[in-house]
Design a protein around this ligand. Structure first.
Ligand SMILES: [Zn+2]
Ligand SMILES: [Zn+2]
Length: 351
């Protein structure tokens, strides 16, 4: 079968690989559509970050070259012995978290905090940029009627956004700032709308992304190259927002997030970082503020799909390009590096 494999930064190859075989407790899926994620782009531009190199991942037992793609939907074609949750023909999305099942975090149900955390499509063991793939039964979720496969490919990134808002202290009627309106930032805007935020302020350099944020529910958009975003947010909210979401990974922005919250306000760090980010701890201490991080999601895929059936996180508004697997480097990764107007590029799996 065909698959896109990561060899090293700037070296992703579409090539023929052996088709994976189903095994007991496992499910084989013919992939339909797979999204290119910001973390895929990081691996392409500056990896390895999550891709195991030099030693195999403890759960997938594989190392580079690995098949990429962790945001995908498809159809079950075969099930292994003992599988009961799905049957051949079912339309599904895959929750791509690899977790050990026995560390302290896993034992308390917080599998996204597993000591050996990995992702199907980043950490080895197969992925969505392929004709088909095989995953554990627990990773598979049946799609509700009426959701398209393209919509299904957006469940994974939308789950990050819903998890970020759900783990934050935001309450209905509260105020929020989102720093960075890339794909995840935009999905957070929608998750905030679903959560009943009274005001959603978006800080973003790109005019196209600010316009999209406004379309998706931002109540105001701020261009930080034109004005002091922190001063503006304080003015708009009479002293600061309840919760700021950091979705840029740019060190100087973390400080701005903290400063834009009111006393006892909260900053939620959603980005994955390439380098250190500093802030003066007194900005947290003297206002009894909170700074917390979130990673991925847990126990939320079915709820995200329910929100999608109600019109949230619509593929029609978020997908800016659809390409074939053969074109993934030029029309996918290189296009995302080159053209800032893209939100989500979806890759159609070959037959
Ligand atoms: Zn992703
Ligand atoms: Zn674990």
């Amino acid at each position: 079968m065909k698959a896109a494999r990561w060899y090293k930064a700037k070296d992703i190859r579409v090539e023929d690989v052996p088709e994976p075989a189903v095994a007991p407790g496992r499910v084989k899926i013919k992939v339909a559509w797979t999204g290119i994620c910001g973390s895929d782009l990081h691996e392409y531009v500056a990896g390895p970050i999550f891709v195991p190199v030099g030693a195999p991942h403890p759960l997938s037992h594989e190392q580079a070259p690995i098949i990429m793609g962790h945001e995908f939907s498809g159809t079950v074609t075969e099930i292994g012995a003992g599988v009961t949750r799905v049957a051949p023909g079912d339309r599904v999305v895959v929750e791509p978290i690899l977790a050990c099942g026995h560390c302290a975090a896993c034992r308390s149900g917080k599998y996204n905090l597993c000591d050996s955390l990995g992702f199907h499509g980043l950490s080895g063991g197969g992925g969505g940029f392929a004709t088909c793939t095989v995953v554990d039964e627990r990773m598979v979720h049946r799609m509700p009627e009426g959701l398209s496969f393209e919509q299904g490919a957006l469940v994974e990134p939308a789950a990050v956004a819903v998890h970020a808002v759900r783990l934050s202290s935001l309450k209905v009627g509260g105020t929020a700032a989102v720093f960075g309106a890339g794909p995840i930032g935009l999905l957070i805007v929608e998750a905030l709308r679903a959560a009943g935020a009274a005001a959603i302020h978006v800080v973003e350099l790109s005019a196209q992304r600010r316009a999209k944020a406004a379309e998706l529910g931002a109540t105001s958009v701020i261009d930080p190259s034109q004005e002091d975003a922190v001063a503006r947010l304080r003015e708009l909210t009479g002293g600061g927002v309840d919760v700021a979401y950091e979705v840029t990974g740019v060190p100087a922005v973390l400080r701005q997030c903290i400063d834009s919250t009111h006393f006892e306000g909260e900053t939620v760090i959603v980005s994955i970082w390439e380098k250190d980010a500093s802030f003066q701890p007194n900005t947290v201490v003297l206002k009894e503020r909170v700074v917390k991080g979130i990673i991925a999601y847990r126990d939320i895929f079915p709820a995200v799909m329910q929100l999608m059936t109600r019109g949230y996180f619509s593929a029609d508004r978020l997908v800016t390009k659809r390409i074939r697997l053969d074109d993934i480097v030029e029309e996918g990764f290189e296009a995302l590096v080159r053209e800032k107007q893209h939100i989500k590029i979806l890759v159609e799996s070959p037959a």
